[in-house]
Design a binder for this molecule. Sequence first.
Ligand SMILES: [Zn+2]
Length: 176
Amino acid sequence: MKPVEAMNDLIEGNGRFIEKTDSDLREHVKGQWPKAVILSCSDSRVVPEIIFDQGIGEVFTVVVAGNVASDDTVIQSIEYAVAHLDVPLLLVMGHNHCGAVALTEKCMAEDVDGGALVDEISAGFDLDKDHIVANVKRQCKMLPIRSEIIANAISSGDLALMGAVYDLESGRVNLI
Ligand SMILES: [Zn+2]
């Protein structure tokens, strides 16, 4: 597909969205009250709003390859939802067939430097024999260590931190 075709397809899709949306979008201008912040992978097959059947304003998604929170911008995005939107739940969601985890396994097997993303994912590999699960456990472990806002919200009981893995074949999200 050429770039112009891709852009036209997106614009046409936006037209369909405007046409078929049954809610008054202006209602959302008043603010947002999402029920969860979800740290998910950039993989195009993993779309939290679709797989959890949520609408506009219902989930605050932070999407990054390998669903890792090792970067300040990612952590600050999650902190915004915790500190300013008072979300009660922080869900770290990995998925099977994750390219970022597969790349990490390949780099480790071949002993090559894969950069920051690979370093972050590999750091959790000893947490579980299933490396998808291990990476989710790693992020759940590190988020309160890397963020005082998240740590405080958990210790005060205002925030629950949970991990899950999405299964591409069945569509099911399994909690860890
Ligand atoms: Zn992935």
